[in-house]
Design a binder for this molecule. Structure first.
Ligand code: FAD
Length: 458
């Protein structure tokens, strides 16, 4: 078959696979994995290809499209679990759970993420604090309790929490231990969610961070390095009755996913003067904070409302981002240093992100091997941009900043990391992973150059 050109969502990453195969069942996957002549390796899965790194790239290999394996197989209200084929979208599952009076623990904003990818890769959302369980995890895979996969020998296996370390490895496997075709997540009873936005000067925020955490509310940060401001989106358990489809979230999602990126792109592309661009971006940032603090509050919203269904392919307003997570204890110094870094970088090069920066407070979590909060709670620094000229050089400088500040990356969401940065963040975990990988896939059926380079080149 002819080579097929594939791209990620924003279309900034392209590759040529030998073929793209649509799977309708686990048997289809077994057939593809075991027929090495017809389906050259590596064999990799394509979810929605929303990843921002080359973890999706599979030059010359066989790519399995999971979008037809999109059935929700069972929702068990008593056991509080949902079992799905791996191609189900996160937003579809969240809305179905809502109908059953249930919700995910982690409601990432990206509704297009497939649940198979969520079970085996890096994700982030601000950890929620509930009266019943305290701080919850902020990573989707941490609540995957059963993962069914086709192994390199074509066997169908299920890994569960009873399998100990293997489950933690599976939750970080990015398809390298097998093609995931079914997942079961632990879910919880749905509760109304309160939300509000509060603005701080960055020094005030940094100085109060531990007190703010002690308030037991989830914290997503919107950061404005050129205004020295931070706005926190606080989420907490709200009041009954729950009101789904709240206009507050619809407005927030519209500004965040459409209006902001389109405006940023227009300013970057069509305003020729750096000073004028800066004035426009700063004015928009001020307005965003004002409107959010004034309007975006509610006491009874649905957790599913924060999830966004993006268009299948990124259009004019597509944006991209990166992320590193930093130890919470050091974050007051790290966020101040990051603001200075952004300002200095702009003075030196003229580049600044044309969208805001965000961040998440995420609880300690050892449920997955490459969890970026394995050694304690963290907050992230995520630059967001429409990705014009200068973005890639900025990322290289930001990666260097991050590793010097004890950051940990996500292999599917932190572009441009080097093998030595991967080793610095996850050296022992990479060694453990390689041990499992070699045992489960000695013939490298699922191993791509991206991971080989990150794990073995340093
Ligand atoms: C606009 C935008 C907003 C985003 N917002 C968020 C956010 O709020 N929170 C967040 O955590 N992330 C966010 N992301 C990142 C995104 O959630 C992750 O990159 C996620 O992995 C994408 O899922 P996917 O289904 O598109 O997987 P892909 O990008 O297609 O695949 C990711 C990796 O997982 C492997 N894989 C996928 N499915 C399977 C399977 N069934 N079996 C084995 N391996 C598999 C793939 O081979 C690949 O290596 C965002 C991305 C974009 C573009």
């Amino acid at each position: 078959m002819a080579q097929v050109r594939l791209q990620n969502w924003k279309r900034e990453i392209s590759y040529h696979a030998n073929s793209l195969e649509v799977a309708n069942s686990a048997d289809d996957i077994v057939r593809i994995v075991t027929d090495r002549d017809r389906y050259p390796g590596p064999v990799r899965v394509k979810g929605s290809h929303h990843s921002t790194t080359r973890c999706v790239v599979n030059e010359g290999g066989t790519v399995i499209d999971m979008t037809r394996m999109n059935r929700i197989l069972n929702i068990d209200k008593d056991a509080r679990t949902i079992t799905m084929e791996a191609g189900v979208l996160h937003i579809d599952a969240a809305r179905e759970l809502e109908k059953h009076g249930l919700q995910f623990y982690v409601n990432v904003e990206i509704g297009n993420m497939t649940v198979g990818s969520g079970a085996c890769g890096g994700t982030k959302d601000a950890s929620f604090h509930s009266a019943a369980e305290g701080w919850e995890f902020g990573q989707v895979a941490s609540y995957a309790i059963g993962i069914k996969a086709v192994t390199a020998t074509g066997e169908m296996v299920e890994v569960t929490e009873g399998d100990g370390e293997l489950m933690a490895v599976m939750r970080s496997s990015y398809g390298m231990l097998g093609v995931i075709y079914e997942v079961t997540y632990r879910v919880k009873e749905i509760k109304p969610m309160a939300v509000e936005h509060i603005r701080y000067d960055v020094d005030e925020f940094a100085g109060k961070l531990e007190d703010l955490v002690a308030g037991d509310r989830s914290m997503m940060l919107y950061m404005f390095p050129f205004l020295n401001r931070v706005m926190v989106e606080y989420r907490s358990e709200g009041d009954l009755p729950l009101r789904s489809n709240a206009w507050q979230w619809r407005l927030r999602n519209f500004v965040w996913s459409k209006l902001g990126p389109i405006f940023g792109k227009i300013v970057t592309r069509f305003v020729p003067f750096r000073g004028v661009r800066a004035i426009l971006l700063n004015a928009t940032n001020r307005l965003t904070m004002l409107i959010a603090a004034w309007l975006l509050k509610g006491k009874s919203t649905s957790p599913a409302d924060q999830i966004i269904r993006y268009p299948e392919i990124g259009g004019f307003g597509a944006y991209t981002f990166s992320i590193w997570a930093f130890p919470r204890a050091e974050y007051p110094a790290t966020i101040r240093a990051y603001f200075r870094f952004c300002q200095d970088y702009y003075d030196r090069t003229g580049f600044r992100c044309d969208l805001l920066n965000v961040g998440y407070h995420i609880a300690e979590d050892r449920q997955s091997l490459f969890s970026y909060t394995r050694s304690g709670p963290a907050l992230t620094l995520d630059p967001v941009s429409t990705g014009g000229p200068g973005w890639e050089d900025f990322l290289a400088a930001y990666n260097d900043f991050s590793i010097r500040h004890n950051g940990a990356p996500l292999f599917n969401q932190t572009p441009g990391i080097t093998p030595s940065q991967a080793q610095a963040a996850f050296g022992p975990e990479i060694r453990t992973f390689l041990d499992y990988r070699k045992r489960h896939d000695p013939g490298d059926r699922f191993y791509t150059d991206y991971f080989r380079n990150l794990f073995e080149a340093a």
